[in-house]
Design a protein around this ligand. Structure first.
Ligand SMILES: *Cc1c(COP(=O)(O)O)cnc(C)c1O
Length: 492
């Protein structure tokens, strides 16, 4: 299987090359030449452990790894750093099935991919006799940063740098990142929002002069964002696993179509669900849920992407995004791989912050439904479900659940539904505590304990002693200062 750039001006690469490089030289994103079919019978795999699904799905995409190499990556990734043996349990509540993706070391779904991606990268470097050290640049809306730091801390041959919006993450998310240990970890707050951080990283990748300078220092750049195919593909596995669990538990018959609901920011997670669908998982609708930053909801219903609008900070900060990078991959697939069309759309996005897609792409978008939920309705949804069922959601998952509830009411679609649950409620403890009627005015750390005491739900290990940990990373940058910060850090 080879990987091609969505922008079309690059020769096809092996998966190991695409993983090391992160983003294509023409600034496009790597996509597989063809999406493979699920390489096993779901019926016979029903009771298999998560590792089986991860191994088989990743193997079908990353074909230049040996089975031993891949198995080693999978075993190192999905072990007891996850707090559930199932890795990603499926829990029935409130008329849906929650696919809980947050039982990893940082308590958000980013661990599902970032637990394995560093191993895939190191194996790729070894296979390709890469002589340079790799510097990973990561823009984060809060959760990717910590998961990438955790995944790459102490990994030989790598330096990991994370850029987060100073006022765009929760207190707990910030503390998780700024207390990160490991000599190869570097964290910077940016005066700006996530889009500024992401644009800064992308512009560093775009500069041949900068790459040359770093090469002189013995480094090459890569990315741990979902623009890296090494992050996207491991995410496909949990949708196939989730479907198998639904069949195994008798919730659906084999072959019966389900809806998949995904709280969406950079469009990586829902794109992985789209890949699972294209691989053969029977899907009725892919439901894309946004918060008040509802660019995607508008796009899916009109075919017009328009980021010329106010940017809001919400209580689901990991979705406070106006430019969703991975959408480019979907557009590429939906237009039949016409990179000229993609170049036009992306040029328009850069120039006018907007574009309108062709009739063919609009037709493909019918597989999706887009909706959004604002802060108040998100909070009410958390409180309502908790009161009715005792099930506690985080703010991002609640956006998804609310958008699904609206969808169901509107369409009367009664298909069995899988909701991607992307973070532990403790990660956004202040909002969640307030939503279930606990008194406000406490800080995030107090809320974690208060929430656990009140609900009887155990606090994830990710937050053990977090408040007492020493803050090691304090630097604040202007977005324009990112290239200098990278150079200075690597020169040390
Ligand atoms: C990153 C994140 C999202 C958004 O996922 P994308 O792949 O960027 O669409 C949703 N919820 C949580 C908790 C996240 O950390």
């Amino acid at each position: 299987m080879k990987y091609i750039s969505t922008r079309g001006s690059e020769i096809a690469k092996k998966s190991t090359e695409a993983i090391i490089q992160g983003i294509a030289e023409d600034s496009g994103l790597y996509v597989p030449e063809a999406i493979p079919k699920i390489p096993f019978s779901v019926t016979t795999a029903l009771g298999e452990p998560y590792r089986y699904f991860a191994f088989e799905i990743i193997k079908s995409y990353f074909t230049d790894f040996t089975e031993d190499e891949l198995e080693d990556c999978v075993l190192r990734a999905y072990d007891d750093k996850f707090e559930r043996d199932e890795i990603a349990p499926v829990i029935k509540a409130g008329g849906v099935h929650f696919l809980e993706l947050y039982h990893g070391p940082t308590a958000a779904f980013k661990d599902m991919a970032l637990a394995i991606m560093p191993h895939l990268l190191v194996a790729s470097m070894k296979k390709r006799n890469e002589d340079k050290r790799v510097c990973i640049l990561t823009a984060t809306s809060g959760d990717t940063g910590k998961a990438a730091l955790e995944g790459f801390a102490g990994v030989p041959g790598t330096e990991i740098m994370v850029f987060y919006p100073k006022h765009g993450v929760s207190e707990i998310q910030e503390r998780q990142m700024t207390t990160q240990e490991g000599d190869n970890t570097h964290v910077f707050a940016i005066e700006g929002n996530f889009d500024d951080a992401q644009a800064g990283v992308k512009s560093i990748f775009k500069s041949p002069a900068f790459a040359k300078e770093l090469a002189g220092m013995g480094y090459r750049l890569s990315s741990a964002n979902s623009i890296n195919i090494g992050r996207l593909i491991p995410q496909v596995a949990y949708y196939v696993y989730g479907y198998a669990k639904l069949v195994h538990s008798g919730a659906v018959r084999i072959g019966e179509k389900i809806n998949i609901v995904v709280p969406t920011g950079n469009f990586g997670n829902i794109l992985a669900a789209y890949y699972a669908k294209e691989m053969g998982i029977p899907v009725n609708r892919l439901i894309c849920a946004s918060n008040k930053n509802n660019v995607l909801a508008d796009f899916i219903s009109t075919g017009k992407y328009d980021a010329n609008r106010a940017f809001y900070l919400t209580n689901s900060p990991s979705m406070d995004i106006l430019i969703s990078s991975n959408l480019e991959r979907l557009l590429f697939h939906l237009c039949g791989g016409d990179s000229a069309e993609i170049n036009e759309l992306m040029e328009s996005l850069e120039k006018y912050k907007s574009y309108e897609v062709s009739a063919a792409i609009k037709e493909g978008l019918a597989a999706f439904y887009g909706g959004f939920a604002d802060v108040n309705s998100t909070n009410e949804t958390i409180g309502g479900l908790y009161k009715n069922t005792g099930y506690l959601m985080d703010t991002h998952t609640a956006v998804a659940y609310k958008v699904y509830a609206d969808y169901r009411q509107k369409t009367k679609d009664e298909s069995v539904t899988l909701v991607a649950s992307t973070a532990s409620p403790f990660k956004f403890a202040e909002s969640v505590a307030a939503s279930i009627g606990l008194k406000e005015g406490r800080d995030g750390f107090e809320c974690i304990h208060y929430l656990s005491g009140f609900t009887g739900i155990e606090i994830p290990r990710a937050f053990d002693g977090l408040q007492q940990k020493q803050v090691r990373h304090k630097e604040i940058l202007k977005a324009g200062g990112m290239p200098d910060a990278v150079k200075k850090t690597l020169a040390k």
